[in-house]
Design a protein around this ligand. Structure first.
Ligand code: SF4
Ligand code: SF4
Length: 215
């Protein structure tokens, strides 16, 4: 007689540990140190960092008399976050590997996953594209404020953009699981722990030349 079928274990599943039941995290040394499971508090934190810049950019552009240009900014935002950034950055992220056609993560929740998941790291060309795309997005409203002589609001906009980038890198990028992002600052020790939990991602990284520390 055949033995009864066993329920699938964590190792049987193709999904990264990020999408496994919480029981998969028991004893993991990265538990609590990475943003490796979706948490609404992380999403709130992320948007609190971006809110001051978004508010200043919109108010400053309208005050400067270029409010209609915000439609262009909106169009670029949709293209950038749904298509370009999704292609060069997010499709490499373990959050992208989750089930369903909608991305669920702390930063780009709701983006439709039009690209196929790629477990390997971002290429150099993709990193350059990502940085260029972000600079274009952040820089878009500043010249409009200057053209409209809203110098104080332009200065505030630049200041909150710089302080937001600092906060982002210190509080978010230091725990984010998209390790090949140019802003990512997770220590190698934690990167290796995550990769060891996820053989498919580890193999793709090693095929790109990454080497894990001897354990
Ligand atoms: S790295 Fe993976 S196993 Fe460890 S706590 Fe995060 S999701 Fe859980
Ligand atoms: S890289 Fe950031 S925004 Fe993109 S899927 Fe991962 S966590 Fe979300």
């Amino acid at each position: 007689m055949q033995p009864p079928a066993q329920p699938p274990s964590v190792r049987d599943s193709a999904l990264p540990c990020t999408w496994q039941p919480p029981s998969a995290c028991q004893g993991c040394q990265a538990d609590g140190k990475l943003m490796c499971r979706f948490d609404g508090k992380d999403m709130l934190h992320f948007f609190m960092i971006f809110l001051p810049f978004g508010f200043t950019a919109i108010a400053g552009t309208i005050h400067a008399g270029y409010g209609w240009f915000l439609l262009l900014w909106l169009a670029y935002s949709l293209f950038f976050f749904f298509v370009w950034e999704a292609r060069v950055l997010c499709r490499h992220c373990p959050y992208w590997a989750g089930a369903g056609s909608m991305l669920r993560c702390h930063a780009n929740y709701g983006v439709i996953k039009i690209w196929k998941y790629e477990p390997g790291p971002m290429s150099r060309v993709e990193r350059v594209q990502f940085v260029a795309g972000v600079l274009l997005w952040v820089g878009f409203p500043i010249p409009l404020m200057l053209l409209g002589h809203e110098y104080l609001l332009a200065l505030i906009g630049m200041s909150v953009a710089v302080s937001g980038a600092f906060l982002l890198r210190r509080n978010v990028c230091s725990r984010c699981i998209n390790f090949s992002c140019p802003l990512n600052s997770v220590p190698k020790q934690l990167v290796d722990i995550y990769l060891r939990h996820n053989p498919e991602i580890q193999a793709a990284w090693e095929a790109s030349g990454y080497r894990l520390q001897e354990s």
